[in-house]
Write a protein that binds this ligand. Structure first.
Ligand code: BTN
Length: 269
């Protein structure tokens, strides 16, 4: 059952109503749910319009990319999903979501995160040279019929406060409050995410794909010259990142050739 918005969220969202277009109409708040992506999928099936949003403060079945669980305990983060009904821009929403979240974190907190392809939001780990810790992740899930993509749900998880991360995450995750050493207004953050996502969606609808990709490139120094490896047909291949192409695929130089990666797991050395 949807609940009343907490004060912090209600105030911040009211202040951004003129800057976020249709995003946040309707907005469903749940203190805890299975997955906000599933809530928005249900809203979409019931005819919700472009911009419908679900926000939760905990998830019991939060999911991440590559079928992983997204750690979403109460008191640690902000979990939100947005329904995008424009199928023409669907393939670019993964990168556009990354730009929006990185931009919103910068505006709401002053922290300057980076993006690791395709859309991990990371900061440098001061205790391990060259290593990064993940602050936020984005899962864009498309709903497809025989007629093609019907809508996309952009799901965003942000680590706001320190938490007892399970072993695989303990050295890889961080939170906004840990990085900043002060408390963060999660309402302002949610509000700025909707504003920034609306900006990126509007830009793509206006045909500004290259501008969005350039913003992504500026947030992602590791997309050029970083040592990476990945597995293809049982073989591990290593190479160096060589930017992204106009479709948002990651280019990797290996030996004398450049390979184009559209999905799959990259290991960053
Ligand atoms: C990743 O693996 O990096 C993507 C994580 C995406 C997590 C968010 S939290 C809100 C939404 N609901 C989910 O179940 N997943 C996404």
């Amino acid at each position: 059952m949807p609940e009343e918005l907490p004060e912090e969220l209600a105030v911040a969202l009211a202040s951004s109503v003129d800057r976020r277009g249709a995003l946040g109409r309707p907005l469903v708040f749940l203190s805890s749910t299975g997955s906000t992506n599933d809530i928005v999928q249900r809203l979409a099936e019931n005819g919700a319009s472009h911009g419908a949003v679900a926000i939760a403060l905990a998830q019991t079945a939060g999911r991440g990319r590559h079928g992983r669980e997204w750690f979403s305990p109460p008191g640690a983060g902000l979990y939100m999903s947005v329904l995008i009904r424009n199928r023409a821009i669907a393939p670019l929403l993964t990168l556009a979501g990354g730009v929006a979240v990185a931009e919103a974190i910068r505006r709401a907190t002053g922290l300057a995160p980076a993006i690791k392809w395709p859309n991990d939001i990371v900061v440098a780990d001061p205790h391990a040279r060259g290593r990064r810790r993940k602050l936020a992740g984005i899962l864009a899930e498309g709903s497809t019929t025989d007629a093609g993509v019907q809508h996309v749900i952009v799901g965003i998880g942000i680590n706001v406060r320190p938490a007892d991360y399970p072993p695989p995450l303990v050295n890889r995750a961080t939170s906004l409050e840990r990085e900043l050493g002060r408390s963060v207004d999660a309402g302002l953050l949610a509000s700025e995410i909707l504003v920034a996502l609306n900006e990126q969606v509007t830009a793509l609808e206006a045909g500004e794909r290259e501008e969005m990709l350039d913003r992504w490139r500026r947030f992602s120094p590791s997309s050029i010259g970083a040592q990476v490896s990945w597995t293809a047909s049982g073989e591990t291949i290593t190479g160096r990142t060589a930017g992204i192409d106009p479709e948002g695929a990651l280019l990797i130089r290996t030996g004398g050739e450049v390979r184009r990666i559209i999905s799959g797991e990259i290991i960053w050395d």
